[in-house]
Design a protein around this ligand. Structure first.
Ligand code: ADP
Ligand code: ADP
Ligand code: MG
Length: 670
């Protein structure tokens, strides 16, 4: 086996490859761009080499830089992951020329499948069924139109060099053809430098079912069953599962054989995926057609690993090292059911466009049969430079029903905050009855749009009550801690048997949810509470606080667990299976006597100064943030109550302040 492997990728797939190498005792070399100096994959690898600036074109796509790094570190092989250089025949060849093993298929096999049209011609010869269509070299427009007519509307125009859904246009009728063709060609030319297209019959209710194949250097090949990747947005996968629901054993065998035939037809070696489109319409009767072959490890390979109990990266390393396939076809069997969902930094309500930002809070779920593959940690940035995938969540259970239950629980426990993600959308997919009923085809999201993308929802009372009680309970803990730590028996803190606020009848908390301002009033009832949201009724509430912001609540007889995290004035609440964010409007932020013109800005509660944003002499407008205080495990920004001048700042970052301490002297403008 190789002694050292370089991973020419980043993110979750680089981390995933490193994990297997480590288990097999193989040393690892990461490569990284300037944007990734502190990335997880760099930290995980035994060595790491800087290969260039942030843009992929200047780093992760720089074949020569990567090969230099391999030579300099003495790596014997390169694993390309997926994306980037994984399907670049020139890179595979350059590796071979440099005497470094490319962990993937031979350059010829990549080339053969690189053009969707050429791939189809090869498959046709091998007797693999194709979607009715045209995949010839002749690109004459009149000919393309004539072919489209022959195929029959609707048709799908695809860039032959395509990938990632680019250069693809559905054409519903002849009137749209010329415009769609021009659009597809333009997009193909700009994305791939090649404007050639092919035309296919556009199936209206298809399923995307793909076969995982594996071949070794002696020409032996097996299939590791199928994955159903029908739940897609923008023709790109978000949910994948194995096995495909409702797959008949004879269809599985027929598709598996066709896929193995496809691999052998091009002298394939290593891991590959043969993608099929399956006609799910009543007339289509489950006919399957070859779509394309991806000559690499696929994003969704973990579902196959789960149901076969195999490590596909280990298989890749062994085959690349010249070993035979670890198992023969009759030694492979399906165990249970696995589902993967892709957690993306994106905005489902904004056409699923990618989002960027800092992952201020990130707690992945854990448990038996739950796997999370991720390349980021809490605090990391999702930048504009790379793929916005945050993580993949994979669940495995004895059957599909149990896998869905596990998926729902794992998604409910997933905590992400700081940027827009598709998490709530994934939760709705997992909870949808049509998903439970396995009514899968590529229009799933479109068909259930109203349920899956309901738009911004007002936060529930449950969330507001949780946020308000969290603040009180954390403050109570803090006071009790201070009482215990106090050596002065006459200190007011020491006198607190629980909490001096018990002496008052109620506390108000204020939140903003979009345009809505909401007051939450908490009355103390012995150790319990009565809480009213806005003009709503006062509900009996019990609440306890555990570690790390975890809470148990009982609101009017409904018991649930919750977690709260504060990011600035934003309060994120995960209550039962709900996640919502509200903004706390802090009515204590300015307790100076404005009427008297007194300029005292005081700490609303005991805490620590984390940031001082102004200096003495600064002239500020109303609302300008002045000091950021951390208290009750949340940040509170003290802002200028009115236009004015900062006369003096009494604390520096890091200082601890008492409740009521004057933070800065402030003079309002006349
Ligand atoms: P890419 O290179 O972007 O992966 P594919 O050819 O694999 O392109 O197609 C991507 C997706 O587009 C498929 O998973 C499927 O959902 C849809 N698709 C492809 N071909 C057809 C077709 N003939 N009819 C309907 N949908 C199709
Ligand atoms: P699959 O067909 O295997 O599901 P996709 O086409 O959905 O794969 O995703 C592959 C894409 O992932 C690449 O085209 C690229 O945009 C992106 N990608 C490449 N490298 C990484 C990485 N390290 N982490 C996340 N995404 C990546
Ligand atoms: Mg594809």
């Amino acid at each position: 086996m190789f002694g050292k492997v370089l991973i020419a990728n980043r993110g979750e797939i680089a981390c995933r490859v490193i994990r297997t190498c480590r288990r097999l005792g193989i040393a690892t070399v990461a490569v990284y761009s300037e944007a990734d100096r502190d990335a997880a994959h760099v930290e995980m690898a035994d060595e790491a080499v800087l290969i260039g600036p942030a843009p992929a074109r200047e780093s992760y796509l720089k074949a020569d830089r990567i090969l230099e790094a391999a030579k300099a570190t003495g790596a014997e092989a390169v694993h390309p992951g997926y994306g980037f250089l994984s399907e670049n025949d020139g890179f595979a060849e350059a590796c071979a020329d440099a005497g470094i093993v490319f962990i993937g298929p031979p350059a010829d096999a990549i080339r053969a499948m690189g053009s969707k049209s050429a791939a189809k011609r090869i498959m046709e010869k091998a007797g693999v069924p194709l979607v009715p269509g045209y995949h010839g070299e002749d690109q004459d427009e009149a000919l393309l139109l004539a072919e489209a007519r022959r195929i029959g509307w609707p048709v799908l125009i695809k860039a032959t060099a395509g990938g990632g859904g680019k250069g693809m246009r559905a054409v519903m009728s002849e009137a749209e053809f010329a415009g769609a063709l021009a659009g597809a060609k333009r997009e193909a030319a700009s994305s791939f430098g090649d404007d050639r297209v092919l035309i296919e019959k556009y199936l209206l209710t298809p399923r995307h079912i793909e076969i995982q194949v594996f071949a070794d250097q002696s020409g032996d090949a097996v299939y590791l069953f199928e994955r159903d990747c029908s739940i897609q947005r923008r023709h790109q996968k978000v949910v994948e599962e194995a096995p495909a629901p409702g797959m008949a054993p004879e269809t599985r065998a027929a598709m598996g054989d066709a896929a193995v035939k496809a691999a052998q037809a091009i002298g394939y070696v290593g891991a590959g995926t043969v993608e099929f489109i399956v006609d799910a319409s009543a007339e289509g009767a489950g006919a399957f057609y070859f779509m394309e072959m991806n000559t690499r490890l696929q994003v969704e390979h973990p579902v196959t690993e789960a149901i076969t109990g195999q490590d596909l990266v280990e298989w890749q390393l062994k085959v690349a090292d010249g070993e035979p396939l670890p198992l023969a076809q009759d030694q492979l069997a399906i165990d249970g059911h696995a589902i993967e969902v892709r957690l993306y930094a994106e905005d489902p309500d904004g056409d699923f466009l990618p989002a960027t930002g800092r992952l201020a809070h990130l707690v992945p779920p854990e448990g038996e049969g739950v796997r999370v593959d991720s390349g980021v940690r809490a605090g990391d940035e999702v930048s504009i430079h790379y793929d916005p995938m945050i993580a993949k969540l994979i669940v495995h259970a004895p059957d599909r029903g149990q896998a869905i239950v596990k998926l729902r629980h794992a998604l409910a426990a997933y905590e992400v905050a700081g940027l827009k993600t598709n998490l709530a959308f994934l939760r709705r997919v997992a909870a949808h009855p049509a998903f439970a009923a396995a009514e899968l085809d590529t229009r799933f999201i479109e068909r259930h749009r109203a349920d899956l993308l309901p738009g911004p929802q007002p936060v529930s009372d449950r969330v507001l009550i949780t946020a308000a009680l969290h603040r009180l309970l954390v403050l109570g803990t803090e006071v009790t801690r201070r009482a215990a730590a106090s050596t002065d028996p006459h200190s007011p803190w020491a006198a607190a048997d629980g909490w001096r606020m018990n002496a008052v009848s109620h506390v108000d908390d204020h939140f903003r949810d979009g345009e809505r301002e909401i007051e939450v009033r908490v009355h103390f009832r012995g150790g319990d509470y009565a809480v009213a949201v806005g003009d709503g009724p006062s509900l009996p509430v019990r609440a306890t606080l555990g570690d790390g912001g975890r809470m148990t609540l009982d609101v009017d007889g409904h018991r649930f667990t919750a977690r709260v995290a504060g990011i600035g004035a934003r309060v994120h609440v995960w209550a039962a299976d709900e996640h919502a964010m509200v903004e706390r409007v802090d009515p204590f932020a300015f307790t100076g006597d404005e009427a008297a013109g007194g300029g005292r800005l005081v700490a609303p509660m005991p805490g620590k100064v984390v940031q001082v944003l102004v200096a003495a002499g600064d002239v500020v407008e109303k609302g300008t943030p002045l000091i950021v205080l951390e208290a009750m495990k949340m940040e509170h920004t003290i802002a200028a109550p009115v236009d004015g001048t900062v006369d003096a700042v009494h604390y520096a970052a890091g200082d601890l302040v008492e409740d009521g301490a004057e933070l800065l002297a402030f003079k309002p403008t006349e």
